[in-house]
Write a protein that binds this ligand. Structure first.
Ligand code: F6P
Length: 511
């Protein structure tokens, strides 16, 4: 493949280098491997990269049409050709670059409506004379992971007196837990589903409605149902009052959707002002991504580093180590964003992608906890997995000795992965850490609404750039459909296409 053969020379050249020595060279390499965009800094000096390799990666991005592609994204062109759609997540932050002014107006109008509803929900008599005390968001995938991450991360910015809980899974325990301690009178159910056909969401939605109806009757239940969807007719057919249906555009991808009305539960739970600040933070990155030259462009740089490790060095996975309790859900969020976007077999023209291309297997957890679980594997396991350390400067410099120690642990881990350790004495080989293992540090100035919005937008644009360089469509997800069809077949008693082992399981589960 052209991309891989273009990188091969640099990969071979750098494979033989001692990474720890390379890093200590400093100079031009240091300057070429650090970026800043608003409140986000990226330090990739611990990557097995140098200025020539970075230049080759940037050339690959330019050859793939980086400048035209980013403009097309913001203009609302069809960048998702397999579904014939634009990708409107950046326009949700600020639609001013959209060519379709009607769509821009619809986006602004939708924002005004959700903000007004969120504001109204703060009134002491918002629900038929009762206040909103519990919001239950029912959604899955992008209709769940984004809101969950943001709510967790923004714990310090939540509105008082109202709690947001999440229901995604078909296990009835999910809804039971979300409703635990809730009073039907003061509970608002938000049904969040772009398609409004997702079985998990509809089944949980029906169960939640039944819980309301049992206590409050049909009218009382209906007054406590809201929906965010790109299919308002289906929400209405479900029984949601059109006054509480908040539509968003088809061109908003599920995993990019919490910026739209799909973030309604957040807007209520955090308040419209905080929600607007998250959008503002993302907009700052949008402006940087759209206007900064390629070599200064942080989301592009992050994409190219990940392409380097995946397509160049052949490393399948990437670990996201978030050194902040409030960002514990970031790895799960990025799993969907990246793996649903980039886990594709073919390029846009339908030709197959070669091995070692497309998205990385993303996994991770919360530091420093993970140092006491899988970091052993990262330090001494036979496979190298590059690590992204997510740092929050204001946390480590807050003056709290534990927070300072958390920062120290982060730095220590990057150094240990780089330098390793020569074991001595008895069991020397067992005590040896090979080192030479790549990592990057993404530092947020502070985990505030603007910072969080920026961090997420960086990753969204990074994924866009990876799709561009690989030549694949990061905005569809055909691979998830077959499983849905097969589950429906089983529930309908249609067993004709299943194998013996599957049928045995189906019988065991009384399907
Ligand atoms: O099954 C995958 C998926 O389509 C995701 O892309 C999406 O975020 C999720 O399901 C939920 O879809 P919806 O918002 O339409 O219910």
């Amino acid at each position: 493949m052209k991309l891989q053969s273009g990188l091969a020379l640099h990969v071979r050249r750098l494979a033989g280098e001692d990474l720890a020595s390379l890093v200590r060279e400093g100079g031009a390499r240091d300057a070429a491997l650090q970026w800043r965009a608003g409140p986000v800094a990226l330090d990739a000096r611990h990557q097995r990269l140098d200025t020539d390799a970075m230049a080759a990666l940037l050339a690959a991005a330019q050859e793939a049409g980086f400048d035209a592609a980013r403009k097309a994204l913001f203009a609302g062109d069809i960048v998702n050709p397999t579904e014939g759609r634009p990708a409107l997540h950046a326009a949700l932050r600020d639609p001013s670059e959209l060519a379709d002014r009607g769509m821009a107006a619809r986006i602004l109008e939708a924002r005004t409506r959700t903000a007004a509803f969120a504001q109204a929900c703060a009134a002491p008599d918002a629900l038929d004379g009762h206040p909103v005390r519990r919001i239950v968001n029912i959604g899955i995938g992008g209709s769940d992971l984004g809101p969950r991450l943001v709510y967790d991360a923004m714990k310090a910015f939540r509105r008082e007196g109202v709690e947001l809980r999440f229901v995604s899974n078909l296990d009835p325990a999910d809804l039971e837990d979300a409703l635990e301690g809730a009073m039907p009178e003061t509970t608002l159910i938000c049904l969040t589903s772009k398609s409004f056909t997702t079985s998990e969401t509809l089944m949980n939605g029906r169960a939640a409605k039944a819980w309301l109806v049992e206590k409050l009757g049909e009218a009382g239940a209906n007054a406590r149902l809201a929906a965010a969807t790109a299919a308002p007719d289906k929400a209405e057919a479900f029984g949601v009052d059109p006054a509480r249906i908040f539509p968003f555009e088809e061109g908003v991808g599920g995993r990019y959707s919490f910026w739209s009305a799909a973030g309604l539960c957040l807007e209520i739970a955090l308040g419209p002002e905080v929600f607007a600040k998250i959008l503002k933070g993302a907009r700052g990155i949008d402006t940087h991504f759209l206007t900064a030259p390629a070599e200064e462009n942080l989301p592009l740089a992050k994409a190219l580093i990940d392409v380097w490790n995946r397509a160049g060095r052949g490393l399948l996975a990437r670990c996201v180590a978030a050194y902040s309790s409030r960002l514990a859900l970031l790895p799960a969020y990025l799993q969907q964003l990246e793996m649903e976007s980039l886990g594709k077999p073919v390029r846009l023209d339908g030709s197959p992608l070669p091995a070692h291309s497309g998205g990385q297997l993303v996994w991770g957890g919360k530091g420093s906890d993970i140092q006491h679980s899988f970091f052993q594997w990262l330090h001494q396991g036979v496979d190298e997995v590059p690590v992204d350390f997510i740092a929050v400067k204001a946390l480590y410099t807050s003056g709290d000795e534990r927070a300072k120690a958390l920062g120290a642990n982060l730095v220590a881990q990057t150094a240990a992965l780089l330098d390793g350790h020569d074991g001595t004495g008895e069991m020397a080989s067992h005590k040896t850490l090979p080192g030479g293992r790549a990592s990057s540090v993404i530092t947020l100035d502070a985990l505030d609404p603007e910072g969080l919005g920026a961090l997420i937008a960086v990753h969204e644009h990074k994924v866009f750039c990876e799709g561009l360089v690989y030549g694949l469509n990061p905005f569809d997800q055909w691979g998830v459909e077959l499983g849905k069809v097969l589950a429906t077949d089983l529930l309908n008693g249609n067993h004709s296409r299943f194998d013996g082992a599957s049928l045995d399981l189906a019988r065991t589960f009384k399907l």
